[in-house]
Design a protein. Structure first.
Lengths: 180, 180
């Protein structure tokens, strides 16, 4: 039987080229490494970013998709027709207070991370506004903690399909094996 | 009585201006928000970064220090005389397998995060090389997860001293109060 996994997609808002290129790359890589199905980078088409992430998927495995360009409001409104939207923000309800409710619904999740200047509508459209501490820090860290809680630490034990490279854990140096 | 807290300092290696400015800023802010005592950014003096982080401490509270410029080898070797060094790397022993041993020693921790091209000596000098998943992602996320585990989720309940601003958690919009 097994439990049907919910779908988890990350929406990165407010991406600006080149200012946010590296932070957005980290957001995308965290989304993949922590078990999301894919990432949508809204409002800006960024072919270089797509290439970079697809190259990681090619070497380290998937499945994981990246899409860039669609308007964030459209992505959120379409998602709300079938699932839930969780907006990560310094101003939201602390993660430990709300995570069990979010998990219990069993609905697909769109996890929204933005920049410092999120539009008011992003707060209003979301089913949940969730904080990972009430301090200013990083959407990269907030996303990692949220996905860690949402999936019970699954990221430590994930296997990716069609990987060409795999790390063998070591307390000294780098051990990487080639699988193809 | 109470339990004496260990000292936790983050060492950021491989910082390059301007390429890493935003990622390093996120590393510093995560160090503060997740309860480290301070951050050392090695080998490059970066006065702008110091100003930015000290400005966050001034508004959102501390204590938290930032130091930039000292050679990383010197920082690590001096730390080893009194405490332990934990190097976060994609190639290390998975966090869940080693965190209890790291916590049990009760020694002060220097938590080292670097860039993709860490020198071999960084792996060799560390007491522990620890991975936060075996996938490529982000030193910002790795640091957040490690500090979360090391301090049992303390970041969600921390109070900072001398803060001028404080967030009141809300499921809609932004509520910030001024404390002075």
């Amino acid at each position: 039987m097994g439990v049907k996994r919910i779908s988890i997609v990350v929406l990165r808002m407010g991406h600006r080229i080149p200012r946010d290129s590296r932070i957005t790359t980290h957001v995308c890589l965290v989304a993949r490494a922590f078990g999301a199905d894919g990432v949508i980078v809204s409002d800006v088409r960024d072919v270089e970013l797509e290439k970079k992430i697809n190259s990681v998927v090619d070497r380290w495995g998937g499945p994981f998709f990246i899409q860039t360009g669609p308007p964030w409001v459209k992505v959120v409104k379409e998602w709300l027709e079938k699932g839930e939207v969780v907006h990560l923000t310094q101003y939201g309800i602390p993660l430990p207070e709300v995570i069990e409710e979010i998990k219990a619904s069993g609905k697909d999740k769109l996890v929204v991370v933005g920049s410092q200047k999120q539009p008011r509508e992003a707060f209003e459209l979301a089913n949940y506004n969730v904080s990972v501490t009430l301090q200013p820090h990083s959407e990269v860290a907030a996303l990692a903690l949220f996905l860690h809680y949402l999936q019970n630490g699954r990221e430590f034990y994930m296997e990716f399909s069609n990987a060409k490279l795999k790390v063998i854990p070591s307390n000294r140096g780098k051990k990487v094996i080639k699988l193809v």
